[in-house]
Every structure is written in C-alpha cells, then in structure tokens.
Design a protein around this ligand. Structure first.
Ligand SMILES: [Zn+2]
Length: 63
C-alpha cells in the first residue's frame, strides 16, 4: 500500500485515524507492518502490501 493511503483509510470500527508502523517498505510502498487505531487501539496487519482492515471478529474465519 502507498503511504498516501493513510489519508483515506480509517478504523472500520469507529472511523478514526490509523497510525502506521511499517516494518518493511519499498520506496513509498509499505509492504508489511501494522496499522493501529488512535481511538480504540485495535491493530490491523499489512501483509504483502495489502492492509487487512477487517474487524478482528471477522478475521481468521475459514472460508
Ligand atoms: Zn478504532
């Protein structure tokens, strides 16, 4: 994901801002890291450059 995407995406639970903690970047692209909600503290993983903004209770569900 582009770092500029931070202006667009928000916490799916309360629509508050997310804080980016990038562990792996390539130029302006964030490949891996964590997004943390500034309001509720929920964390969302970024894997392979794709932010997973599903609420926690919707993750890990076998399709
Ligand atoms: Zn939140």
């Amino acid at each position: 994901m582009k770092e500029s995407l931070m202006d667009i995406i928000c916490c799916p639970l309360d629509k508050q801002e997310l804080e980016l903690d990038a562990t792996e970047t390539d130029d302006e692209e964030v490949l891996a890291g964590t997004l943390t909600c500034t309001e509720c503290g929920e964390t969302y993983p970024i894997e392979d450059g794709i932010p997973n903004l599903l609420p926690p209770d919707m993750r890990d569900v076998e399709a």
